[in-house]
Design a binder for this molecule. Structure first.
Ligand SMILES: O=P(O)(O)OC[C@H]1O[C@H](O[C@H]2O[C@H](CO)[C@@H](O)[C@H](O)[C@H]2O)[C@H](O)[C@@H](O)[C@@H]1O
Length: 556
């Protein structure tokens, strides 16, 4: 199968299925659900980290890259999982967190104990003359990005939590160690690697204050040396296996850099995630705000990236949801009146675009954000930090809670809802580590018996495998000025598809380009048929039309 025909599913292991009743999802739980996973006809599963970790940031703080955390199971469980998935045609992608390690990692512990070799692995810098941290950089999880390095009077850099110390990629031993980790997992049958916040690994040797009114991000994001590091890593590890798939998670990346990370002849990564389209409901770039999303901004971002990547031969990872994002159906759909239709419409937008679609667990049954009522319901460290900061900034308790409620990463991390069981959603026989709340109306059992979203996803996945125009077609925008519809064309020399998506809860009309009159309906979440050139799109309707360029009419 061609790389462009593949679809990747994401599992947050802690929340997928618990096999031993401790309230935490585990590898044997995933093994038990392989038959469910194989029904979707996905090609690869990206697993969030399950390596040994103190779990301050749910596994993104790694203590040992070579061992499975006992919380999730054993190496024997892992080997069995790889085999069972392979038997149904699914490969494994692991999450490589190489911007930082846990401060519990032996490298950091040795550095702390005074070993100069390991002190080179991290950014350890003296305080400023007045004793304050080396630079004014802010941690992405709140507060200064520097923490005291033991009793030395120095500081170490942590762009994320204080327990996540940034690795210094200038150190050749760090780069070799990362390549070794990849090679180890490759030898165990892993065929995909996701690289966490990979575009921030290239800090300068001399770290400087950000000028007033400038975010420190600019000083460490997408630095040119990141490309050198990726090329080196590629040559020393995954690049030796041409069929392996790699995806870089990019923080605030530019389109130009994203193209460069993914152009095949540069030998860096297969594809990248960018997050610009998921910031259209941020007020002035501030995540901890609540506002209606800006539809025209969303359209522009999706179009600019699809067009820019296509024109330059770059490749995108296509997604609405992941373990860090509130559920897209809450943000861009209508979970009260049109949950199913809006979930399907959002899926259509991504699955028919040029790139590789990623499905985040639960998306295929239309899972929504949980209904929580108190800050104690949340576990995520970023959410708790944000709540404290919002309170400190003067927000009242209710207002601060509301902002966490709409934007918390825990919105995506609630347990997979397997059935309607109160309190557990069929996820565990114990007490779930994070409360599910919506299982009475949204769960796998009901969805497979009476729902329409799961089967709609199956059809979308199938289309990518069947039609070259979906997997490899070129991209052109359509109806750029339409205030309700996001539309585009996909084209090969043989065929052309028009994809029309109504993002709102009211009907709208589009005038089809004349050449599409009489085209075949490829998929529609309303079962619409089209006669003539005016298409009335129902609330949250998606419709894709196919025409054959050789015959001038309709055909598959
Ligand atoms: O919002 P951006 O600056 O564009 O960054 C993208 C995401 O980056 C971070 O996510 C990843 O790294 C974290 C630290 O390892 C980890 O906590 C997270 O789970 C990873 O996916 C950030 O935490 C996310 O909120 C951003 O969406």
């Amino acid at each position: 199968m061609r790389f462009s025909q593949k679809v990747i599913y994401q599992i947050y292991p802690k929340s997928f299925y618990d096999s031993n009743g401790d309230g935490i999802g585990d590898l044997r739980g995933i093994i038990a659900k392989v038959p469910y996973l194989s029904r979707l006809n996905i090609d690869m599963i990206w697993f969030n980290p399950f390596f040994v970790s103190p779990q301050r940031d749910n596994g993104y703080d790694i203590e040992d890259y070579y061992q499975i955390d006992p919380l999730f199971g054993t190496m024997a469980d892992f080997d069995e999982l790889v085999q069972d998935l392979k038997a149904v045609g699914i490969d494994v992608m692991l999450d490589m967190v190489f911007n930082h390690t846990s401060t519990q990692h032996e490298w950091f512990q040795k550095a702390l104990a005074g070993d100069p070799e390991f002190q080179q692995y991290y950014y350890i810098r003296p305080a400023k003359a007045d004793g304050t941290p080396p630079t004014n950089w802010q941690s992405k999880f709140g507060g200064s990005a520097w923490a005291p390095f033991g009793e030395t009077g120095q500081y170490y850099l942590h762009l994320y939590d204080q327990s996540q110390a940034d690795l210094d990629w200038h150190c050749p031993a760090v780069r070799q160690a990362c390549a070794n980790i990849i090679n180890y997992w490759q030898s165990k049958g892993v065929r995909g690697f996701r690289f966490d916040v990979i575009n921030v690994i290239g800090k300068d040797v001399e770290l400087l204050d950000a000028p007033p009114a400038m975010s420190s991000k600019v000083l460490y994001t997408d630095r040119p040396i990141v490309h050198d590091y990726l090329q080196e890593l590629n040559a020393a590890s995954f690049g030796r296996h041409p069929h392996d798939i790699t995806v870089g998670e990019l923080s605030s990346a530019t389109l130009a850099n994203s193209i460069a990370y993914t152009q095949p002849d540069r030998h860096e990564l297969s594809m990248v995630f960018n997050f610009h389209h998921l910031k259209v409901d941020y007020d002035h770039g501030n995540k901890w705000t609540d506002r209606q999303f800006d539809f025209m901004a969303l359209k522009k971002i999706i179009n600019d990236w699809a067009q820019g990547m296509a024109a330059a031969g770059g490749w995108q990872a296509l997604f609405w949801n992941n373990h860090d994002q509130p559920r897209a159906v809450n943000r861009f759909g209508d979970v009260v009146h049109y949950r199913e239709k809006s979930a399907e419409m959002l899926a259509t937008v991504m699955h028919l675009l040029r790139g590789t679609p990623f499905i985040y667990m639960g998306e295929e049954i239309g899972m929504t954000d949980p209904q929580y009522h108190q800050i104690e319901d949340y576990v995520d460290i970023e959410s708790h930090n944000a709540y404290r900061q919002l309170r400190a900034q003067g927000h009242g308790d209710r207002a601060a809670f509301h902002l966490v409620h709409v934007k918390s990463r825990d919105n995506a991390r609630t347990p997979m809802q397997w059935d309607e069981s109160p309190k557990t959603a069929g996820f565990t026989t114990g007490t779930p580590w994070l409360k599910p709340t919506n299982q009475a109306t949204i769960n796998v059992t009901d969805e497979l018996a009476h729902g329409e979203i799961f089967s709609y996803y199956q059809r979308l996945i199938q289309l990518r495998k069947q039609l070259t125009v979906i997997s490899d077609g070129d991209y052109q925008p359509l109806f750029l000025d339409h205030p309700q519809v996001l539309a585009y064309l996909r084209t090969t020399s043989q065929q052309q598809v028009a994809v029309l998506n109504n993002f709102f809860g009211r009907k709208t009309t589009v005038e089809l380009p004349p050449e599409f009159v009489g085209a075949t309906v490829l998929i529609s979440n309303y079962g619409t048929t089209v006669a003539g050139n005016a298409v009335i799109l129902q609330p949250y309707e998606s419709i894709a039309l196919l025409r054959d360029l050789n015959k001038g009419g309709d055909s598959r």
